[in-house]
Unconditional design. Structure first.
Length: 368
C-alpha cells in the first residue's frame, strides 16, 4: 500500500503520464483526447479560481440532461410549465456554488482525466473542499456544436448520477408544490427529527418507509447521517458497508468511511481508504490535509505537521491548513515554528497584529 506521504508525487505523475492516448474524432477540427478534455477542465478550474462562475455554469448539455430526466412522468409534465423549467434550471449553478465555496475558505480543483476503457467515454474529475469535507464530481464529457460539454456524471456525496440528482430535485420540488402531504412531508418530518437530535426516531421512520423512499438519494443521505449518530462506533463501518447490498455505490461509501476515520483519528484505516479513493478519483494533495488532521486527532503531531507542510507546497493558502500547522506547533511547544507560521496569516489572510493577538488569547492561551 502506498504511503500517503508520496501522494503529491503520484498526483504529479498521473497528470504527466499521458497514459490514455485513444482519440475519438467527433467533428471536423475537434478531437476528444486527453489534451483537449484536460484543457476544457482546466478552463473551468481557472475560471472558478478567478471568481467567474459562468464557464462552469454553462458547461452542461442541458438538452441532453432534460431528455434523460423526462423518463419520469411527473417530471416530464412539470417541464411543460414555468415552475418545472425553474426547478430544472436551478440545477445548473455549479459555478456559483464553487466560487462561493472559495469565498468561504474552501478549494476547488481539477484532479484527473481518464478514458473509460469499457465504453470509450472521456471523464474529468473535479474536487471541492471546505472545512474538512470533500466531494468529487466525475463528469462524462462529449462534444456539442464544436465544443466540449458535460453530458452526465457521478457525484460522490449523493452516490448517484448528475441526471438522477436533477430528476430527483425536480420531482421533490414538484411534489412539495402539488402534493405536500405525500413523501415530501415524511422527508421533512425525518429531517426535522434529525435536526433536533432525535436520531433514533428519525432512523426508525427511515426504516419504516424504506420501500417508498429508497430510490431517493436524499433518503440515503438522511439514513447515513442518522446511522452515524445512533450506531456504536465499533459497529458503524460494518453497518455502513452493509448498505452496499441496498445498491449504494462504493465511491460514496468510501467517502463516508474517510470522514469517519478522520474524525476518529484512525490513521491506518484513513490511509487505506485514501488509497482506495485515489484509484477512483485520482491523486490529490488535499488527501495530505485529511491525513494530517487524522494524525493530529491521534496525537501524532510530528506526522501531522509533516503532512501539512508537504500539502502546503501543493495547495493554495487554506485556513484549515494554516491553522492545522499552528495546532501542531502548539502541541509540540515549538514557539519558533508557531510564531513563524502565525506571521504568514498577515500576507495570506490579511490579518492584523490585533486579530492575531485576539486569536492567541482565545485559542492558544497556554503558549508562552
Amino acid at each position: 500500500m502506498r504511503s500517503v506521504k508520496y501522494l503529491c508525487i503520484v498526483c504529479a505523475l498521473l497528470l504527466l503520464s499521458g497514459a490514455c492516448k485513444t482519440k475519438k474524432p467527433v467533428e471536423e477540427g475537434l478531437i476528444l483526447d486527453e489534451n483537449s478534455v484536460s484543457a476544457f477542465a482546466t478552463q473551468i478550474e481557472q475560471s472558478v479560481l478567478n471568481g467567474n462562475p459562468d464557464v462552469y455554469n454553462k458547461a452542461f448539455d442541458k438538452d441532453y440532461l432534460k431528455s434523460i430526466v423526462r423518463d419520469n412522468s411527473i417530471v416530464n409534465s412539470s417541464l411543460d410549465a414555468d415552475f418545472g423549467q425553474e426547478f430544472f434550471e436551478s440545477n445548473f449553478h455549479a459555478g456559483d456554488e464553487a466560487v462561493a465555496l472559495l469565498d468561504n475558505g474552501g478549494d476547488f480543483k481539477f484532479v484527473r482525466y481518464y478514458l473509460n476503457e469499457d465504453d470509450g467515454s472521456h471523464h474529468v474529475v473535479f474536487r471541492t473542499y471546505n472545512d474538512f469535507i470533500l466531494n468529487f464530481y466525475d463528469y462524462e464529457v462529449d462534444t456539442l456544436g464544436g465544443t466540449i460539454v458535460i453530458k452526465d456524471g457521478f457525484i460522490y456525496n449523493t452516490g448517484n448520477l448528475l441526471s438522477d440528482n436533477i430528476r430527483e430535485n425536480i420531482l421533490l420540488n414538484v411534489l412539495y408544490k402539488t402534493n405536500p402531504e405525500g413523501i415530501t412531508s415524511m422527508l421533512s418530518q425525518i429531517k426535522e427529527l434529525s435536526d433536533q437530535g432525535k436520531n433514533k426516531e428519525a432512523l426508525q421512520l427511515l426504516n419504516e418507509h424504506e420501500t417508498e423512499l429508497k430510490d431517493l438519494s436524499y433518503y440515503w443521505q438522511l439514513y447515513i447521517a442518522n446511522l452515524y449518530k445512533t450506531c456504536p462506533k465499533d459497529q458503524y463501518i460494518d453497518s455502513l458497508n452493509a448498505l452496499k447490498s441496498k445498491g449504494l455505490d462504493q465511491r460514496m461509501l468510501l467517502l463516508h468511511q474517510l470522514m469517519f476515520y478522520l474524525n476518529e483519528g484512525m490513521t491506518e484505516a484513513c490511509e487505506g481508504t485514501i488509497n482506495e479513493l485515489i484509484e477512483y478519483a485520482g491523486d490529490d494533495p488535499i488527501f495530505l490535509l485529511i491525513f494530517g488532521k487524522a494524525n493530529f486527532y491521534a496525537k501524532n503531531y510530528e506526522t501531522a505537521l509533516g503532512c501539512y507542510e508537504t500539502a502546503n507546497q501543493y495547495l493554495p493558502p487554506l485556513w484549515d491548513l494554516w491553522y492545522g500547522q499552528l495546532e501542531c506547533f502548539h502541541a509540540l511547544n515549538d514557539m519558533d515554528g508557531f510564531y513563524r507560521c502565525l506571521e504568514t496569516a498577515k500576507k495570506n489572510y490579511g490579518m492584523t497584529d490585533e486579530e492575531l493577538a485576539e486569536m492567541m488569547q482565545t485559542d492558544f492561551k497556554n503558549l508562552k
